[in-house]
Ligand binder design. Structure first.
Ligand SMILES: [Zn+2]
Length: 207
């Protein structure tokens, strides 16, 4: 589905990478303190639900502040969506950015397809690595929690189909502006603070 594009944002920032297979590199001292200070919202009252339909399960295979790849020094979750699987709105809001023109298997950083949705408190979620022509919403559209926003894909710096899910404090999409989130409908083993654990399977409960 052909859609709009960014409002007032340089494309280079909009398309900044998400996941990817960067090497391990040096010990991320800064990342550890950044992550150690994380305060996760109480999952029972979280405004977020898992970004897929009720009764569906996926593995969260790369989580917050992972030592590898694009999750270093930032908060983000990767879910094991397959090609074309529906991605649903984790929270209601207004679509502010849509790009879905990149092909699914070129593996080039910066070629990520995205939908960005802004919430009423100013936070913004990005749904990333979407399927080419897979966006199901347009800029300025209001979405309700649970609405399908896109189909999952493998665009950009990605080694296989999945969803990169990341929430920012504001319209600053630098990874240092990402914030920790929890999901109020996640069925599965999480940390006591509600943070999802890499390698665990999470089923979406009805909400
Ligand atoms: Zn990711």
């Amino acid at each position: 589905m052909k859609t709009g594009r960014a409002i007032g944002l340089p494309l280079s920032i909009v398309l900044a990478t998400a996941c990817g297979g960067g090497g391990a590199g040096a010990t991320p001292v800064i990342a550890q303190s950044f992550c150690a200070d994380a305060l996760f919202p109480d999952p029972s009252t979280s405004p977020y639900v898992l970004p897929y339909p009720p009764n569906v399960s996926y593995t969260m295979f790369q989580g917050n502040c992972s030592q590898l790849g694009g999750h270093r020094d930032t908060f983000a979750y990767d879910f094991s969506h397959g090609m074309g699987d529906p991605i649903t709105a984790s929270r209601a809001g207004t679509v502010i950015i849509v790009n879905d023109n990149f092909s699914d298997d070129d593996h080039i950083e910066g070629h990520e397809n995205n939908v960005f949705v802004e919430h009423t408190d100013g936070t913004v979620v990005r749904y990333t690595h979407l399927m080419q022509d897979g966006a199901m919403v347009t800029v300025d559209q209001q979405v309700f929690q649970g609405d399908i926003v896109s189909l999952a894909g493998n665009s950009g710096n990605s080694s296989g189909p999945h969803l990169h899910f990341q929430v920012f404090r504001s319209r600053n999409f630098d990874k240092s502006n990402a914030i920790p989130v929890t999901f109020r409908n996640a069925i599965g083993t999480a940390r006591t603070n509600g943070e999802l654990i890499e390698g665990q399977v999470y089923q979406a409960d009805s909400f």
